[in-house]
Every structure is written in structure tokens, then in C-alpha cells.
Design a protein around this ligand. Structure first.
Ligand code: ADP
Ligand code: MG
Length: 698
């Protein structure tokens, strides 16, 4: 590995065992690690600022003469020093100082200091600046480059890191292009970024030691071409690492599923509607994936209501016809129960035997189901993630569907992949999500997956009109619901609470349920929440589906997947408390039938800026992609994709949102390197992702 071919940090001046141990704590073992330990920001000590022109908040160097120095007792003891440079006066304030410092900082001394400018009353001041008493005529000495600030660890000072990175840069300069020296430039040609072909060594030199004339604004926003050159390579490393995972997977074995498609045709004959073109296209891809002798891992993204379930069902039928079992895993009980109803409706007539597992089955019922699964009597198995936690044995599982899984990172993907391996055969996997991921982001964060989109809704869907109403006009909303229900419409009333507590959320829903039952005579009101028994919930949902209930009061348990096409009015109380993804999901419960649907967001003013943006976005668009884009801007990709904990998107210098435009070039290079320079792949990955790539070794 390249790690060993670069000199160890212990070969550098000033690094003994103790320093080496500290460096290791921040993952620095070699000269290369030092080179890629990039500054997090810069200070400008390259010029001397006139005191008269200091701005609050800036960090800068000033030079002047001490005109006053005294120890005072305010709330505590402190040393105050006044410095004058001919343009104005700045005050230095020290809370900790010893005798010799006090003597040095005496009237008449010439001083250079560096610190952050604050305002105390009207005088600019610096608290505990770095300083140096000047003797003779050394006043003009300033730094010849911007000062890098590095992330560090206890006992390892900025100055030491600066000295070490200087030595590392020196090493890079001397060894660049030398025969036998480890190579820093791992790309076949330097990428062309912002019209420039920058070599990695030049980029490193610049970023560690920017010249005084460098564009500091670009630097502080991470948009300097030299930073972008490095960001490019970091994104490339990420892409290569995920591509490698994917290649590894393709070397694993899976059953190749090929059939005549009898069951699928049987399903199409029974459907009361035509599949959309997008559904047909994705199903075709899915069947082709399933026929491969290596495991499929495909992410299917389709907006709320786009008809992902049927795609999953088609895949299940294919596996079942070939004589294997298929599993559909849902994130909530309600959703699993709904899938059960759909599977029963569509698959039982085709002779498919269905088993069902959830955490809430009685022990004897669960055992009965497990027996059906283990013997292979059941071909289609539906459940919550209890499916994988209860030591369930499958007879011959070949296809796994994970529904509405919009929050999981690479570790969970890998873990799931390991489940259901039998005799070295890996199951095929389809992951479905309604979280619309901008394409560039998907290609980067999910480069180890194949990716399909259902970009078309079933015909006849009407856009949902959305309005926002402040809490003080809640009565108007109640009246509107009453009218709608009396005219034969069905509605949801969703209660939210700021507390994470499920108990409190359910209580709030119970209160609203009682209130609305009383207020709305002649309207059948139902209640569903997460603390009800599975059977009770199921009965309520069934009644709502069969129109025995007009108004369903619910907690956010109905957020994902619930499908009752006749419901056409959605009220969301305290909408300001919910994130965009959740609001979009909830609103997606209506607009599924042919009725005109609407959504009322009831909010409690005053709104924060973010809450206002969220509510405005909901009012202005039904487009899941637009909503996701705004969500990404507000929350950042780590939050949205749920990968923050996995570290996948914790990049050193790149920022997926800011650097999106680099991604097409990254992909081009990734392809080229994988094909033509495979020997460089690990070196690029190791340099940027270091130890965090070890998850790849499963
Ligand atoms: P989601 O992608 O949100 O999971 P579903 O699979 O639950 O969407 O489908 C939403 C609704 O649309 C369901 O009632 C389903 O039966 C219906 N549906 C699916 N495909 C079509 C189609 N091609 N034409 C008409 N209705 C469809
Ligand atoms: Mg769904």
C-alpha cells in the first residue's frame, strides 16, 4: 500500500515518539497524510493594518508603541495596555500574565500583535493577542503567506503543524517527478477545472501556504480553483471507493432468475389500470437485473404516489415463479399491513402463498408464520424489520424489497446485504424511497447502487392545492372539514408535537379526536396512533378505506405509504414543526384519487425563517424534486440522506452541494482510472478516505 511507501512522519525534524503518537490521534502517519491534512481556515498576517482602520471581528496584525500599561481590578484583575500607531489606538487586555510579561509590556516599548478585533465601549481591543516586543528595526517583518489553521489535537500546536507541513511540502517539491519516489500525482492528466490544469502538488502548496495576494474571499468560501482541484480529487476518491464496493458485489453470486413471466402477465390482466411508461421501464430493468448471476442492488426513487409498490410486486412475482421466496420489508406496522392487503388482493388469486411477520404477532401466530417461511410453503413474505431480527429462517430467499427506506447509509446497506445469504448465494435487493434525491447527489452518495427513477405519476392525478392558516383561525379549518365530510369527502387531521415523545403525541391526537368528535355532529371521526395495538390500527385503517370513517385523526404514523385514494383533504396542525420531507410525505396521502385535493397547513406564529421557507415551499410546489432541493439547502445532504452518522459525507475539503458541478468530470475520471490505471485506485482512496474505507472489507 502507498501508505508504507511515503516516509513516516518520524523522519521529519522535531518528531519524536510523543509527537508521532499525537499525530496518529488525528490519523497522520506519513508525509502524505500531512500533505492531505488541509487547513480549515486562514489568518492574514501578511500585512500590517493601521489601527485607525480596524474592523470588529477581523483578525489582523498591528504594530505600535505602548503609551500606557496598568494592572486594574474590575470584576477581576487584568492588565490593560494601550497601543498607538499614529492612526489610532487599540487596547490589549490580558487576564493571565506573569511578572516578566508585565515588565515587557511597559510604556515606550514597541510591539507587534496579532488578534481578533473586538469593541469595548468605543475603543477597539484585542483580548490575549499573540504579541512580540520589537527591538531594533525589525518592524517590517511579516509573514510571506496567509497563515493556515489546521484541525489538531491536544498537545499539538498550530506552530508545530505548520513546521511539519512545511517540511512535508519541501519533501513534495524535492521528490516531485523523482525516479523511485512515491507519486503524488495519481491522475493520468491533471483535470481541467475553471479553465486551469492544476497539478496536485501545486494545489497542495497553494492551499497550505496561500500567497498574500490570494483571493481570500474565494478561499474562505472554498471556491478557489486550487481548493476545487483538491475537492475534485476527494470526490473522485469517494466515487472510486463506492465503485469498488459495487464491483466487489458483482463478484458475489446470486441466483439468476429467468421465467416466462406468467405470474406477471396474470397480474397485468387483473389490474384495473394500465402501468405507466415509467413503471414498465423500471420493471424491465428490474427483470434484467434479476437475471444476472450476481446480486442486484438497486435504488428506486419515485415521488409519493408514483406507484412503486407495483414495481416491487412485479419483482416478487418473478422470483416466486422461478421457485424462490421474496420478502417485502416496510418501516412501519401500518405500511406493512397495507402491503399485506395489496399482496392479498393481487397475489392470492395467482396462487401465491403469503406469510406475514411483525413484532406484534402473538408467539403462537409468529411461530406458525415462521414455519410457513422455513418450509417454503409461503412464497411472499411481508413484515416490518422484525423480519430480520427474530431469527427467521428462509427456505430459499432470492429477492428483498426494502420499502420507504429514505434514511440509511452505506453501513446499513452493507448489513442488509449480508442478511439472507445462503450457501454463498446473495439475495437480490431493491430499495425504494420517495425522497427525491437530486441526480448528482444520488450519483455521489449512492455510487455503489444502481439507480432508477419513476418520473411519472399515474394519469388523472390533480395537483394538491395547499394553503397555510394561522392557529387563531383554527375554527375556520374545523368548519371546512365539517363541510367537506358532510359532502362525502374524506379527510386526515394530523397532530404533531415538538417533543419526540410518542406518548405525548398520542395524547395530543386523543384530545383532538375527542374535541372533533364532539364538534362535528354527523361526521364519523376515527383515531389512529402508534401506541394502538396492531389489530386496532388495522381495523381503523380498514374502516377509513371502506368509508365508514370520514375524518381520520392521526399522528405522523400515517406519514409513509398509507394509501386511501378517496381521501382528499389533509389538515396538518403545527405544520411549522415538521421538516419538508415529512410535510411532503404527509401531503402525499391525498391527491391519490380523481378528486381535487387540498392540504391545509395550520401554524402557530411567529415563524422562524426556516419554517417560513418550508411552508412557502409547500404552498408553491407539489414537485418532490424541487422540495428536496430546498430541503438540501436548509439541512444539508448529511441530514437529508441520513448518512451523517456513517461519515460518508464528511468530506475534508469538498462539499457535495457547493461542488456539484465537478461531479460529471469526477465520473469521467473515475471510469478512466478504473479501466486504465487500476493500480492507482487504492492509492487515491487511501489518501483521502484513509481508515474510514475499512467498511469496504465486509
Ligand atoms: P408509492 O410510490 O407512493 O408507494 P403506491 O405504490 O402506493 O405509491 O401507489 C399509489 C396508488 O396509485 C395506489 O393506489 C396504486 O394502486 C395506484 N397506482 C399505481 N400505479 C398506477 C397506475 N399505473 N395507474 C393508476 N393507479 C396506479
Ligand atoms: Mg409506497
Amino acid at each position: 500500500m502507498s501508505k508504507d511507501t511515503f516516509p513516516s512522519v518520524e523522519t521529519l525534524k522535531g518528531v519524536g515518539p510523543k509527537a508521532a503518537e499525537r499525530l496518529q490521534r488525528i490519523q497522520i502517519y506519513t508525509v502524505q497524510d500531512l500533505l492531505f491534512h488541509l487547513p480549515i481556515r486562514y489568518q492574514d498576517r501578511t500585512r500590517i493594518r493601521p489601527v485607525g482602520a480596524l474592523r470588529t471581528g477581523e483578525e489582523c496584525v498591528v504594530i505600535g508603541t505602548i503609551i500606557h500599561s496598568e494592572v486594574v481590578f474590575r470584576k477581576r484583575r487584568m492588565l490593560l495596555v494601550s497601543v498607538e500607531d499614529g492612526t489610532g489606538r487599540v487596547q490589549l487586555r490580558f487576564f493571565y500574565f506573569n511578572k516578566s510579561q508585565r515588565e515587557n509590556l511597559s510604556t515606550g516599548a514597541k510591539i507587534r500583535c496579532f488578534g481578533e478585533v473586538r469593541r469595548s465601549l468605543k475603543v477597539p481591543e484585542m483580548v490575549h493577542p499573540e504579541y512580540e516586543i520589537l527591538h531594533n528595526d525589525e518592524t517590517t517583518k511579516v509573514e510571506d503567506h496567509l497563515t493556515p489553521i489546521y484541525s489538531t489535537t491536544e498537545g499539538l500546536h498550530q506552530l508545530s503543524l505548520r513546521r511539519l507541513t512545511s517540511q512535508a511540502l519541501q519533501w513534495a517539491t524535492e521528490n516531485e517527478g523523482e525516479k523511485g519516489a512515491p507519486v503524488l500525482d495519481l491522475l493520468p492528466t491533471p483535470p481541467r477545472i475553471d479553465g486551469q490544469n492544476v497539478s496536485i502538488v501545486d494545489a497542495l502548496k497553494f492551499v497550505h501556504r496561500p500567497p498574500p495576494e490570494a483571493d481570500t474571499e474565494a478561499l474562505s468560501s472554498g471556491k478557489h480553483v486550487m481548493q476545487r482541484r483538491l475537492a475534485f480529487e476527494e470526490l473522485l476518491a469517494q466515487q472510486l471507493s463506492l465503485s469498488k464496493l459495487r464491483l466487489q458485489m458483482q463478484r458475489q453470486d446470486a441466483v439468476s432468475i429467468k421465467t416466462e413471466g406468467k405470474l406477471y402477465k396474470g397480474l397485468l390482466d387483473k389490474l384495473e389500470f394500465e402501468l405507466t411508461n415509467a413503471q414498465t421501464r423500471v420493471i424491465k430493468t428490474l427483470f434484467s437485473d434479476l437475471s444476472n448471476p450476481y446480486p442486484m442492488l438497486r435504488l428506486l426513487q419515485g415521488d409519493v404516489g408514483s406507484g412503486k409498490t407495483l414495481v416491487a410486486i412485479a419483482g416478487c412475482l418473478q422470483a416466486i415463479e422461478a421457485g424462490y421466496q421474496a420478502v417485502m420489508m416496510a418501516p412501519t406496522e401500518i405500511l406493512a399491513e397495507q402491503h399485506l392487503r395489496n399482496f392479498s388482493k393481487w397475489l392470492e388469486p395467482l396462487g401465491v402463498r403469503i406469510a406475514w411477520l411483525s413484532g406484534k404477532l402473538t408467539a403462537s401466530k409468529a411461530n406458525e408464520m415462521k414455519a410457513l417461511i422455513a418450509s417454503g410453503t409461503a412464497n411472499a413474505i411481508i413484515g416490518t424489520h422484525a423480519l430480520f431480527q427474530q431469527g427467521v429462517e428462509f427456505k430459499n430467499l432470492a429477492f428483498i424489497v426494502v420499502d420507504e427506506q429514505h434514511r440509511f447509509g452505506v453501513h446499513q446497506r452493507l448489513a442488509l446485504r449480508e442478511k439472507g445469504i445462503q450457501d454463498g448465494m446473495h439475495p437480490h435487493q431493491l430499495i425504494m424511497t420517495a425522497t427525491p434525491i437530486p441526480r448528482t447527489l444520488a450519483m455521489t452518495a449512492y455510487a455503489d447502487l444502481d439507480y432508477s427513477v419513476i418520473d411519472e405519476l399515474p394519469p388523472g392525478r390533480k395537483p394538491i392545492s395547499t394553503i397555510a392558516i394561522p392557529m387563531e383561525r383554527r375554527q375556520d379549518v374545523v368548519d371546512r372539514v365539517a363541510n367537506a365530510c358532510r359532502n362525502g369527502q374524506q379527510a386526515y387531521w394530523v397532530c404533531t408535537l415538538v417533543e419526540e415523545s410518542e406518548v405525548l403525541q398520542c395524547q395530543a391526537a386523543e384530545d383532538v379526536y375527542r374535541e372533533l368528535s364532539q364538534l362535528l355532529r354527523g361526521v364519523n371521526v376515527g383515531l389512529v396512533h402508534g401506541r394502538m395495538k396492531g389489530k386496532e390500527k388495522d381495523a381503523v385503517m380498514q374502516d377509513f378505506t371502506n368509508r365508514k370513517i370520514d375524518l381520520l385523526v392521526a399522528t405522523t404514523v400515517i406519514e409513509v405509504g398509507v394509501d386511501v385514494p378517496n381521501a382528499s383533504l389533509m389538515i396538518i396542525e403545527n405544520a411549522e414543526r415538521l421538516g419538508l420531507a415529512q410535510l411532503h410525505q404527509l401531503r402525499g396521502r391525498v391527491g391519490r384519487g380523481t378528486e381535487e385535493s387540498s392540504c391545509v397547513l395550520v401554524f402557530s406564529p411567529p415563524l422562524t425563517d426556516n419554517a417560513k421557507t418550508r411552508i412557502d415551499t409547500m404552498r408553491n410546489t407539489n414537485d418532490g424534486f424541487k422540495i428536496a432541493q430546498v430541503d438540501l439547502e436548509i439541512r444539508g445532504p448529511g441530514e437529508v440522506l441520513g448518512t451523517r452518522q456513517t461519515g460518508m459525507l464528511e468530506l475534508r475539503i469538498a462539499n457535495i452541494m457547493r461542488d456539484q458541478d465537478l461531479i460529471p468530470l469526477v465520473q469521467e475520471y473515475a471510469k478512466q482510472i478504473l479501466e486504465e490505471y487500476p493500480q492507482n485506485v487504492d492509492a487515491v482512496i487511501q489518501r483521502w478516505l484513509g481508515r474510514s474505507t475499512e467498511y469496504g472489507q465486509v
